[in-house]
Design a protein around this ligand. Structure first.
Ligand SMILES: Nc1ncnc2c1ncn2[C@@H]1O[C@H](COP(=O)(O)OP(=O)(O)OP(=O)(O)O)[C@@H](O)[C@H]1O
Ligand SMILES: [Mg+2]
Length: 261
């Protein structure tokens, strides 16, 4: 009999797909309660080189023109952890669990110093990658699913998660045309082979499977990333625009009526 690894996760401890947007997935950060903050968090997910940063930048520009305050955050960009993570990557001496802990520490630091303050102040937070990338990378390296999901229990459930879905062939073409393949996004640490091209292909194939396996549970809004940049962006703007407009009109309805003097 096969056991479902999800069934062993305590619902209030780890990353549970059914949690409410804007709340913690599991165990909260005790000194940082989330009190229905007015801001929204929108995550853009997808594998290496798929076009996340391009879409995030265009979406940010557009949202600002619409009058929203926008804060952008990205994976391994915390002031506290970025140098350590770069060093660990350069020396390639850490084991897979230690790496996950560095990623999680980076995320916790950004959550506390950037994301929560921005949500509190009513900003739209655009996150270029989110915990699902960490979970996918951990998954292909054989890290225990329950462990990784419990580790990220302190993450906030995004209001929207967009997943830029691509196939292996299109991805390889895109990466070769733009900036080439690097050691980490080719999974060379996993010793899949000496050839970086073959390693990239095998590693990215496994990663794409991991992302796909999370899509339903975490309510990914799937965008076909094989299309042109502008076409993807149009769809993204339509969906984000509709979501934010709904929140704006609910707030307007809830506001007390002003009696004319
Ligand atoms: N839809 C698209 N069609 C063709 N090329 C694209 C598309 N989207 C992005 N690109 C190009 O692919 C390259 C990688 O894009 P981008 O930096 O946005 O990806 P990323 O997902 O942020 O990558 P990374 O994983 O390195 O952060 C860039 O040269 C970009 O112009
Ligand atoms: Mg990028």
């Amino acid at each position: 009999m096969t056991t479902n690894p999800l069934s062993t996760i305590s619902p209030e401890g780890g990353v549970d797909g059914g949690a409410r947007p804007g709340s913690y997935y599991g165990n909260p950060i005790p000194y940082l309660p989330l009190d229905n903050y007015p801001g929204k968090i929108i995550a853009l997910e997808g594998t290496d080189g798929v076009g996340r940063s391009t879409q995030t930048r265009l979406l940010k520009e557009w949202l600002e023109v619409q009058g929203y305050g926008v804060v952008e955050t990205g994976w391994t960009r915390s002031e506290l952890m970025q140098p350590t993570i770069e060093l660990a990557k350069a020396s390639n001496t850490l084991n897979k669990l230690t790496f996950q802990l560095l990623y999680a520490t980076d995320f916790a630091d950004r959550l506390e110093k950037e994301i929560i303050p921005a949500l509190k102040a009513g900003f739209v937070v655009l996150s270029d990658r989110y915990i699902y990338t960490a979970m996918a990378r951990a998954g292909v390296r054989g890290v225990d699913k329950t462990w990784i999901r419990n580790l990220y229990g302190f993450a906030i459930v995004p209001h929207l998660v967009f997943y830029l879905r691509i196939d292996e062939k299109t991805l390889i073409r895109r990466v070769l045309q733009s900036r080439g393949m690097d050691y980490w996004e080719s999974g060379m640490d996993m010793k899949l082979g000496d050839d970086i091209y073959e390693s990239f292909r095998a590693y990215q194939r496994s990663l794409l499977k991991e992302y796909a396996s999370m899509a339903d549970e975490y309510n990914f809004r799937v965008l076909d990333a094989r299309r042109k940049i502008e076409v993807i962006q149009d769809e993204l703007r339509r969906q984000v625009g509709a979501f934010l407009a709904e929140g704006d009109s609910e707030r307007a309805e809830a506001a007390p009526a002003v009696t004319p003097i």
